[in-house]
Design a protein around this ligand. Structure first.
Ligand code: CTP
Length: 397
């Protein structure tokens, strides 16, 4: 690690599971220690077949085991600045995905609020198996950081993805992560997310297929950087991300009120909600009874929350989303200009693997002088990348 300060004093719980790559972990500990981190190592039972605890202790790791009454899992979970699992076997990923808590390592992963970072290592067929793909996707969705795996020759004689990243790469990954963390410390930010629901009568209404996943991932990524995040969310099935103050709303009008209530001192606004453009003109006080063969509902325009925020004086740095089914870039750029935004994130809808309800997304990020198409990635990763863009552009004041 070049920059000592980033790792200096960071408390790393290193979980080691039983893969052949565990033999590389003393080198990983050595690199982390040299950079100034404090390392406590938790070995799974099978890990000891591939690395000697004595070798880890010799390079400065403090060993913690299941029987150690002096360091129960809760203390260790609180102590950690990060929980790093290297190597992480296919079995470990499966247990993390299901929320197992049957040994010290999995228990502390459930009990910690620190970021969790994993470096998978397994045979390529196991990595590509649908079960592992599903576990990987689920963990990404929960914001777990993945380093690797790399591709290349494997211990089992095969060639392909599944090799644990080298200790140097893992250490560099953490260095980057720590270098970025805290860049938005105490910056007031507001994110809208999810759909809105526009009532027609007490039992029925109009909504859309937004799951809220993209906006929630943005809120989580901002909180990860230390921002004071308010998440104004329409109805979703998602849990509030840690460290985020969530306000639940139903309609566009309620969403606008909640946003306005946080105007004072707001530095960053990200409109990721799929706000209904129209609402029924009136809400029937009682459930509508069927009568004629057709029903005509009159809709009226909802306020454009994003466009309103972009007009505030002073205004926060304003980021919008554009969901498009055609002419993605042209439509998104037109919205950027018309609404007066700093940045717009355009994503295709109606294609597999992007847009509403999916865990993946493929976006094009546009500002007044640049258009950049990003590679498809998990929404959590897109969110982190977007936050990095915001950090670069946010006016300092
Ligand atoms: N948005 C908003 N309030 C609205 C409508 C949209 O804040 N009433 C925000 C969304 O959160 C998103 C952006 O505006 O960040 C773009 O929304 P979108 O529905 O894609 O575009 P519209 O401006 O509504 O245009 P159109 O429906 O014509 O595509």
């Amino acid at each position: 690690m070049r920059d000592k300060a980033r790792a200096q004093g960071r408390r790393v719980v290193l979980g080691i599971t039983g893969g052949i790559a565990a033999y590389k972990t003393p080198e990983l500990v050595r690199r982390l220690r040299t950079a100034g981190a404090v390392v406590r190592a938790v070995l799974s039972q099978s890990a000891t077949r591939f690395v000697a605890p004595g070798a880890l202790a010799a390079v400065g790791a403090e060993l913690v085991d299941d029987e150690d009454r002096g360091m129960p899992h809760i203390d260790l979970a609180r102590w950690a600045d990060i929980v790093l699992i290297a190597p992480a076997t296919a079995h470990l990923l499966a247990r993390l995905a299901m929320g197992a808590a049957d040994d010290l390592l999995t228990t502390l992963c459930l009990a910690t609020e620190a970021p969790l970072c994993v470096a998978p290592a397994m045979n390529r067929v196991m990595w590509e198996h649908p079960a592992t793909r599903a576990n990987h996707a689920q963990l990404l969705e929960r914001g777990v950081l993945f380093v690797g795996p790399g591709a290349g020759p494997q211990a089992c004689g095969e060639n392909g993805p599944g090799r644990m990243s080298e200790p140097l790469e893992i250490a560099a990954f953490l260095e980057r992560f720590w270098g970025e963390t805290g860049a938005l410390r105490d910056i007031p930010a507001l994110v809208t997310a999810g759909p809105t629901y526009e009532a027609l009568d007490p039992a029925r209404g109009f909504t859309n297929r937004s799951s809220g996943k993209m906006g929630y991932a943005v809120a989580a990524a901002l909180a990860e950087q230390g921002a004071q995040v308010v998440l104004v969310s329409g109805p979703t099935a998602l849990a509030a991300p840690p460290g985020v103050h969530r306000i639940l709303v139903t309609s566009a009008i309620e969403m606008r009120e909640a946003v306005r209530a946080h105007r004072e001192g707001l530095r960053l606004f990200v409109g990721a909600a799929a706000v209904a453009d129209y609402r029924p003109e009136t809400m029937a006080p009682q459930k509508l009874k069927k009568q004629a063969d057709t029903l005509t509902v009159t809709f009226v325009r909802n306020p454009d929350i994003l466009a309103e925020v972009a007009q505030w004086q002073p205004r926060p740095f304003t980021v919008g989303f554009a969901a498009e089914t055609e002419a993605l870039e042209d439509h998104a750029r037109a919205k950027l200009e018309k609404k007066g935004l700093d940045l717009i994130v355009a994503n295709p809808v109606g294609e597999p693997g992007a847009g509403f309800g999916t865990d993946q997304n493929r976006v094009t990020v546009i500002n007044k002088d640049r258009t950049v198409a990003w590679a498809a990635a998990a929404k959590t990763e897109i969110a982190r990348q977007l936050v990095r863009e915001i950090i670069k552009r946010l006016p300092r004041n």
